[in-house]
Design a protein around this ligand. Structure first.
Ligand code: MN
Length: 408
């Protein structure tokens, strides 16, 4: 058992659901003995300090199957982390602290590799894209997006879409060639690019790539593994940023979006392709896919680094309908009500040191993130309908002691 380095679940059950009272004898007990045998096995695993999930109950029970499903999805996330390579185009934006971190620690503790590249490395691919490939992708854009709009001239819109298509093709080739499944960009480093890659990031995310804006490799990894954890059942998983609050008394909500890069998998309506100038980055008007997110329960997850450890923070939210249009906001967005309420959730998130970047998922559950963190041995803070600040502060304080002692 000392050799076990893989995620480990102990399914504690027996074949028969009911005690066969009429025929019950000692032979039956001997062939259905997990009630005691499983405990002996549990003792030695606990004695040896082996991390695992214990799922107890009958194998036909929905709760048991759900527990096993959660663990399997967490194990998928773990496996992806062990094999994940992230390409990073440019460094961190504007000294932002929370998107920084120790890449060596991440590789040791979480498994993934972060590879940095200069924009010139990517440009070689983008500049090598052939005209017929661009034409083919432009035709696909026209088929996929019902409306193409912009606040610049028609010529500028066409030029922007051409550039976006080139970037998408070049980036895709770069990532495929290097076996990268996640990547980051930053508007502070766009040397040689005509525009901030918006549409390309959105479409690559939709196809399963992890993405983090502004050099945020921790979010890129998280988006990728959460997409893997949602595999075959993904109702929507996207990179997102805490954008703006709606603080009307009794009706508080939060708007999540980003400069451009939100994944179409969370879209409620058919996305519109838009070209608008971007006041940041000092480049031409970038193309982006614009939509509103679907309603439903979701989780917002981020990973932060504290030097001595990583911490994952989950906030359960309810994405709500966007009653009013926002005609002047040309980016994809999601409007949600955090649990237990915006003030408590924001306070808890801030006290936990949560980032402004996160991954929003309608499919990955809190339980699955919990299982993943247990497999990884990473600290987890959950903010849900039962959260209150007094208990959360105590938990954070207790965790400080536990993780400090654990690392001695
Ligand atoms: Mn951002």
């Amino acid at each position: 058992m000392n050799a076990i380095r893989k995620p480990f679940a102990h399914l504690h059950m027996q074949f028969e659901q009911k005690i066969p009272c009429k025929t019950m004898d000692m032979d039956y007990m001997n062939t259905n003995q997990s009630a005691h045998g499983g405990r002996e096995f549990g003792y030695i695993a606990t004695r040896m300090g082996i991390k695992r999930k214990v799922i107890a109950g009958h194998w036909r029970d929905d709760k048991v199957l759900e527990g096993l499903n959660d663990w399997i999805r967490a194990a998928l996330g773990w496996y992806e982390l062990q094999n994940l390579r992230i390409a990073r185009f440019g460094d961190n934006m504007r000294y932002v602290a929370v998107t920084e971190g120790n890449k060596v620690d991440a590789q040791i503790e979480l498994g993934y590799e972060v590879h940095g590249y200069a924009l010139g490395d990517l440009l070689e691919y983008i500049n090598g894209v052939e005209e017929h490939e661009v034409e083919r992708l432009l035709r696909l854009y026209k088929e996929e997006y019902c409306t193409i709009k912009g606040s610049v001239s028609d010529d500028e819109i066409m030029a922007s879409l051409r550039e976006a298509a080139k970037v998408e093709i070049g980036m895709r080739q770069f990532l495929e060639q290097g076996s990268f499944k996640a990547f980051t960009t930053t508007f502070e480093n766009l040397h040689g690019l005509g525009q901030l890659p918006g549409l390309a990031c959105q479409r690559l995310m939709r196809d399963g790539y992890g993405f983090g804006a502004e050099g945020d490799w921790k979010s890129a990894a998280l988006v990728r593994i959460m997409k893997v954890m949602a595999l075959g059942n993904d109702l929507g998983t996207s990179f997102i940023e805490d954008y703006v609050y709606h603080l009307e008394p009794g009706n508080t909500k939060e708007l999540g979006a980003h400069m451009l890069e939100v994944c179409e998998s969370i879209a409620n309506d058919k996305p519109t392709l838009k070209v608008h100038p971007l006041s940041i980055g000092g480049k031409a008007a970038p193309a982006r896919s614009v939509f509103t997110a679907k309603e439903g329960p979701a989780i917002q997850v981020c990973m932060v680094g504290f030097g001595d450890r990583f911490r994952v923070i989950v906030n359960e939210v309810d994405v709500v309908k966007q009653e009013e249009d926002m005609p002047s906001l040309p980016v994809a967005r999601a409007l949600w009500v955090p649990r237990p309420d915006l003030a408590t959730a924001a306070t808890a998130w801030i006290l936990s040191g949560g980032a402004h970047h996160s991954c929003l998922s309608y499919s990955v559950s809190t339980e699955q993130i919990e299982d993943l963190c247990e497999i990884l041995g990473v600290e987890l803070v959950i903010i849900d309908s039962s959260t209150n600040i007094r208990d959360l502060k105590r938990k954070l304080r207790d965790n400080e002691i536990y993780y400090k002692l654990k690392n001695i």
